[in-house]
Design a protein around this ligand. Structure first.
Ligand SMILES: Cc1ncc(COP(=O)(O)O)c(C=O)c1O
Length: 374
């Protein structure tokens, strides 16, 4: 008798943060309710000029260009010159509808371009969408171990995985660890192995131990920097990001994404130009996060006795605990605050906790007083 063919299709796994839902009722009894320090969603206001530009662009009627209109591509290019001292032509910049969709769909497009390859390399402790994008494209997702500095361990990539690789992801500052990676080494590895390197730089404005960096400071051949306004300008709801660098890759991705109808709405493009042209609000936002990281680290240290280091970049505290799920539950029960156990960012992250300082100073003080910390 022949065996029944396996007809099971893809079953989406639970969304990572939905695994925290059972902790939410624990915080409900506190006056002021749950203080959510799990998802990295900004709480501070974007500049008023951005909101005004949304209403005044007069761009609602027509279809917007998929790669972004000229003012948007020029604004990204000029921000990259100011921030990283790199020259990227506006034609080597293209828009995405926030970077999550870019990360989640990229392996499909790269696989269509090189059907004989099947592997996506990504950091073992990382934003979960790198792995999910590979899964959605039917590709192999290969987690690359981290080195002792918290960067991706390029020496740990086997020759056979490198030979099958469609792309390598790097992320600096890292979500969740805050570590800054050696982007020059990643670019050099990619060129030596003929593997395109995609550098997710959405936290680039928030570095605490050294200046902001981009992989494009090491040339643009074979590399793409991916940027977002979600964190820089408190605009996660606007959905605007961009990818920039290697002209052939930017052109290919722009063409294929145009066929799919990936378009940032015109009013959002206009608002993004206003945000990119303004650096002052970023200075203020940096001060807020720097203060909240220090304050929240002090609160958690006083309450738990655990050592909570200040990261080199990003707005997450990342620290080891005995049992991350037990720590998360205790903090929800005693402080009414929700944080993320580290295995949400890969098995290699288990034993750590991530705390996003994305609530107002008042909310953070409320956590302190619930925990009895002054
Ligand atoms: C490392 C990293 N990349 C990309 C994103 C996606 O951001 P967005 O889609 O809002 O641009 C996030 C959001 O948390 C992130 O942490």
């Amino acid at each position: 008798m022949s065996a029944e063919p396996d007809r099971r299709g893809f079953e989406p796994p639970p969304y990572p943060y939905e695994r925290l839902d059972s902790f939410k009722p624990l915080a409900a009894s506190f006056e002021g309710g749950l203080i959510d320090l799990s998802i990295g969603t900004p709480c501070d206001p974007p500049p008023a000029s951005v909101v005004a530009a949304l209403a005044a662009s007069n761009s609602e009627r027509g279809y917007p260009p998929s790669v972004g209109n000229e003012p948007l591509r020029r604004a990204f290019s000029s921000w990259m010159r100011r921030r990283f001292a790199v020259d990227v032509a506006p034609s080597a910049v293209a828009a995405c509808i926030g970077t999550k969709e870019f990360v989640g769909t990229l392996p499909q497009w790269m696989k269509l371009r090189s059907p004989w390859l099947d592997t996506v390399l990504y950091p073992a402790i990382a934003y979960p969408t790198y792995e999910m994008g590979a899964t959605l494209a039917g590709c192999r997702a290969v987690a690359v171990p981290m080195n002792e500095r918290g960067g991706i361990d390029l020496d740990a990539i086997s020759e056979s995985d490198a030979a099958r690789a469609l792309l390598l992801w790097v992320n600096s500052p890292s979500n969740p660890t805050g570590a800054l990676d050696d982007l020059g080494a990643a670019a050099a590895w990619g060129r030596a192995h003929g593997v395109p390197v995609f550098s997710d730089e959405c936290y680039a404005e928030f570095t605490w131990s050294s200046p902001s960096q981009s992989i494009l400071q090491h040339g643009s051949d074979g590399v793409i920097a991916v940027h977002s306004l979600s964190k820089r300008s408190n605009l996660a709801g606007l959905r605007v990001g961009a990818y920039a660098g290697d002209t052939a890759l930017v052109h290919y991705l722009g063409e294929v994404r145009k066929h799919v109808g990936m378009m940032v709405p015109g009013p959002a493009q206009a608002a993004a130009v206003a945000a990119l042209d303004d650096d002052q609000h970023v200075v203020e936002q940096r001060q807020r996060y720097a203060h909240r990281l220090r304050r929240m680290a002090d609160i958690l240290r006083s309450w738990s006795g655990v050592d909570v280091p200040i990261p080199d970049g990003g707005f997450y505290l990342w620290f080891p605990v005995d049992d991350a799920w037990e720590f998360t539950e205790r903090l929800a029960r005693e402080g009414g605050a929700l944080v993320s156990p580290g295995d949400l960012y890969g098995a290699a992250g288990s034993g750590f906790v991530r705390v996003a300082v994305v609530q107002t100073d008042e909310s953070i003080e409320r956590v302190a007083s619930r925990l009895g910390v002054s």
